[in-house]
Design a protein around this ligand. Structure first.
Ligand SMILES: [Zn+2]
Length: 312
């Protein structure tokens, strides 16, 4: 219960009383004397969050976010509307709207800056990098987990390549597929960089402590990456999971963007099972920012426990 107005306890200074009064809900009399009303500024998110993994610094970068309607059409195409609505409700989510996040990850290994994915457009990733204290021309290596537009879009724009001094790394099977697909985005953004690109297979190394993990299904050569430093491991799951509730708690629900739906579901079971069993932190590209959490195995799938201060 709030104290009575003007009530002052023994020993409470006048300045202390003023501070205490300032912390109270405004009474109608005080509202009438407000100097000026503040305009609402709109909802807001941070643009980056930095963690420590062994000797690595890992920065989640918010390159963009957007709201979409009818999430079942994307995240549960083979689920009943009732089951979809029920799972949404159980997780305090609306069943008719979802928020998508685009989260490239920057790793400073101590020897080089490695960026995983690039968002939808150069402006988004450049803005997030700048907020985090980096310039795009400092990036040594850009890793593309796969070739969908929300991962390759930031590679270049009207001003040319975004990462002027970078080499590029991607999955061999992924590059192979898209180079023959007649895909506009790939042809415009990735093909011109082909000579600077290194192709990896399952288990291939980007650099010391960064290893490719085959996670095929979302796209033909989609790769997750394991980061390992000083005995610590973190997994970048990329688009293995496209929604932190629907695709994690029901890994067999089909996702519109998974190009091979059965393979994508099998990959979810396998990769997420490893992360849950080994109690590893992971960052998912489309998880709520900053995208990092842990996984608990549940009878129907997995449950995400967002990271808090474990890696701070
Ligand atoms: Zn994506």
């Amino acid at each position: 219960m709030p104290p009575e107005k003007n009530q002052r306890g023994p020993g409470l200074s006048r300045r202390g009383a003023l501070i205490a009064a300032a912390a109270l809900p405004l009474s109608p009399a005080l509202i009438g004397r407000a100097v000026a009303a503040s305009e609402p500024l709109g909802t807001a998110l941070p643009q980056f969050q930095r963690f420590k993994l062994g000797d690595f610094e890992v920065t989640s970068l918010l390159a963009g976010t957007r709201s979409t309607e009818n999430p079942q059409e994307t995240f549960g195409t083979n689920a009943s509307p009732e089951a979809f609505a029920e799972l949404a409700r159980a997780n305090f989510l609306p069943a008719d709207r979802t928020q998508n996040y685009f989260t490239p990850v920057l790793v400073n290994t101590g020897a080089e800056l490695v960026l995983f994915d690039t968002g939808l457009a150069p402006e988004g990733i450049a803005g997030a990098l700048t907020a985090a204290g980096y310039r795009p021309d400092q990036i040594d290596t850009v890793v593309l987990t796969h070739m969908h537009g929300d991962h390759i879009g930031g590679l270049s724009g009207e001003a040319g390549p975004t990462f002027a001094n970078a080499r590029y790394v991607t999955g061999a099977a992924e590059f192979e597929h898209w180079s023959k697909a007649g895909n506009e985005g790939f042809d415009a953004k990735v093909k011109p960089l082909a000579e600077k690109m290194t192709m990896l297979d399952d288990g291939g190394a980007v650099t010391s402590g960064i290893t490719a993990v085959a996670a095929f299904g979302h796209s033909p050569g989609h790769m997750a990456y394991a980061l390992e430093s000083a005995g610590k491991t973190l997994v970048l799951t990329a688009d293995t999971v496209n929604h932190y509730v629907f695709s994690l708690q029901r890994p067999d629900w089909e996702v519109r963007f998974d190009m091979d739906k059965a393979a994508a579901a099998a990959t979810r079971r396998k990769l997420l099972g490893w992360i849950a069993t080994d109690r590893l932190p992971f960052i998912g590209y489309h998880m709520p920012f900053p995208g990092m959490g842990y996984l608990e195995t549940r009878p129907d799938g997995f449950f995400m426990i967002p990271a808090s201060y474990q890696l701070l």
